[in-house]
Design a protein around this ligand. Structure first.
Ligand SMILES: *Cc1c(COP(=O)(O)O)cnc(C)c1O
Length: 365
């Protein structure tokens, strides 16, 4: 008997393992494993979401025109070159499927976001990585690995799970040195958290006449709408056309579109989320470093911590703090088995995390 077999590449995919969400014995654990917003969604976004309930029999606006118009106004971008997706994950998948296939290479940095690998394998393309320096993408190492078969270069800026970023001058240098046939994807999922003069989410590169750079954004992080699956991208006209042809006609649900518009308009809520992060990320970095953990300075809403005694100690710490109701993210799949990632939570969650890790290191340091 012969069974159906999938295309080559599919069975090489180790399914994405989301951040854990439960800790036995704790009804409401400190879930700091998925970089969700400490402040939750905007009350106005919740209201817009609820208001959609009576219209759930209607198909959504397949062109997301109201949200694209709102994004265009908010960011000063041409709505015709914006495309919305069910999370930026969907847009990552659509880009890879449209531009790469068997025999093609998709390139990203060593500890780059895992979805780039998964999406590449899913369409039979070959994912390749370039080594990083001090847990930061290395432009020269990426350029050295570009071949005639390279179809896409992904750069998460800032990167998850390292929390590091490349200054705009370096991103520009990378863009300029890439062959024009390569799609350069700047994944700026955490852009709203970055408060640095030398950072740019990449709009100016998308507008460059070479027309091969794209910028991806999401409502999952600072806007606190991860559960709704809503992302967007800013594209050169030609690439927007390709993504619009290949996406599902109703790829974003109506409640997501409505909540997204309300979240974008609630600037005060976004500002509060950023201000919270500006206080508690440095606090966490300082406290965790004081415990003896190796901290990589982050510009996002999460921190990577390294355990001096390696993977076994990191694994033990993850289990120990879970027993105290704190859920951290193991990052072995990123080649960082000696590290854990923690999301900046509420004040109480941050304090709980430091106390639990302190207790662990006292007993097992
Ligand atoms: C969280 C994240 C995303 C996006 O996720 P969606 O929820 O699919 O929008 C994209 N890139 C990076 C680097 C992320 O950390």
């Amino acid at each position: 008997m012969s069974l159906p077999i999938p295309r080559p590449g599919i069975m090489e995919i180790a399914p994405y393992v989301p951040g854990e969400s439960g800790a036995p014995g704790f009804a409401t654990p400190a879930k700091l494993s998925s970089n969700e917003s400490a402040l939750g969604p905007s009350p106005k976004a919740m209201e817009a979401y609820r208001a959609l309930a009576a219209d759930l029999h209607r198909y959504p606006d397949g062109s997301a025109s109201a949200l694209r118009k709102a994004l265009g106004t908010h960011y000063g971008l041409d709505p015709d070159r914006l495309v919305c997706g069910a999370g930026s994950d969907e847009l990552i998948g659509l880009l890879v499927r449209a531009y790469a296939g068997p025999g093609d290479e998709v390139l990203f940095s060593q500890h780059g976001f895992l979805m780039y690998r998964l999406a590449s394998l899913a369409c039979g393309a070959t994912p390749l990585t370039a080594p990083e320096k001090d847990l930061r993408a290395d432009v020269d190492a990426i350029l050295a690995r570009v071949t005639p078969r390279t179809k896409i270069v992904f750069l998460a800026n800032p990167n998850n799970p390292t929390g590091t970023f490349l200054p705009s001058s370096e991103v520009k240098r990378l863009h300029e040195a890439l062959p024009p046939h390569v799609v350069f994807v700047i994944d700026a999922a955490y852009a709203e958290y970055v408060v640095r003069n030398d950072y740019s989410p990449g709009v100016e590169l998308v507008d460059h006449p070479r027309a091969n750079a794209v910028m991806l954004r999401t409502f999952s992080k600072i806007h606190g709408l991860a559960g709704l699956r809503l992302g967007w991208g800013y594209f050169p006209a030609g690439i927007a056309d390709v993504i619009n042809r290949s996406r599902g006609p109703f790829n974003v649900g109506a409640p997501s579109l409505a909540a997204g518009i309300a979240a974008l308009a609630d600037v005060a809520h976004t500002d509060r989320a950023r201000a919270h992060n500006d206080v508690w990320r440095p606090w966490l970095e300082k406290e965790l470093a004081a415990l003896g953990l190796g901290i990589t300075p982050s510009v996002g809403n999460f921190i990577l911590m390294r355990f001096a005694k390696g993977p076994a100690q990191s694994k033990a710490a993850e289990a120990f703090v879970k027993g105290k109701g704190v859920i951290l993210r193991a990052v072995g799949a990123y080649g960082l088995a000696d590290c854990l990632r923690v999301t900046v939570g509420t004040e109480a969650e941050c304090r709980q995390t430091v106390a639990a890790l302190g207790e662990f290191l006292k007993a097992h340091g």
